[in-house]
Design a protein around this ligand. Structure first.
Ligand code: ZN
Ligand code: ZN
Length: 150
């Protein structure tokens, strides 16, 4: 099987078929909305955005479909301290997160040393690391600048 050309649509189709779930237009519309426009988002943002495009979908439907997308490996749920934040897993570059305590903004950071940490875990403990989530908290450069101006 060609893994390179597999699209989010294919993954969802396979998932729905193997779980005997219906391939509704709604499910694909939700997937498209997420994959075409969002980095990090919460359910309310997604709901508002779909409503603006005159797509009628209830919050309940969104929640249940988000669970399907997570289970299918198309979405990941981050439990940052301001609540659940979702993010697509395909079409995005591997990154970690920095969250500003001041403005609440989520930044994506690319850290080369994380690979060393994985290597260390494997050498020290003999574990194979498959995935990781790293979230750093602090004050971002914008907020630091604002603070200094005051
Ligand atoms: Zn900030
Ligand atoms: Zn992210």
């Amino acid at each position: 099987m060609e893994t390179k050309s597999i699209s989010p649509h294919d993954i969802l189709t396979n998932y729905l078929e193997s779980h005997s779930l219906r391939k509704t237009a709604e499910r694909f519309a939700i997937l498209d909305e997420i994959y075409s426009s969002f980095g990090h988002f919460d359910i309310e943002t997604l709901y508002e955005s779909m409503k603006k495009k005159n797509y009628r979908v209830s919050l309940t439907t969104l929640y249940s479909n988000i669970d399907i997308l997570i289970d299918a490996g198309l979405l990941v749920k981050h439990q940052f301290d301001k609540g659940n934040t979702y993010e697509k897993t395909m079409d995005c570059i591997r990154h970690d997160h920095f969250i500003c305590r001041q403005c609440g903004k989520i930044y994506e950071v690319s850290l080369s040393k994380v690979e060393d940490v994985k290597e260390e875990v494997s050498q020290k403990y003999g574990f194979d690391v498959a995935s990781h989530f790293l979230t750093l908290y602090g004050i971002c450069s914008n907020c630091k600048e604002l603070k200094n101006k005051k």
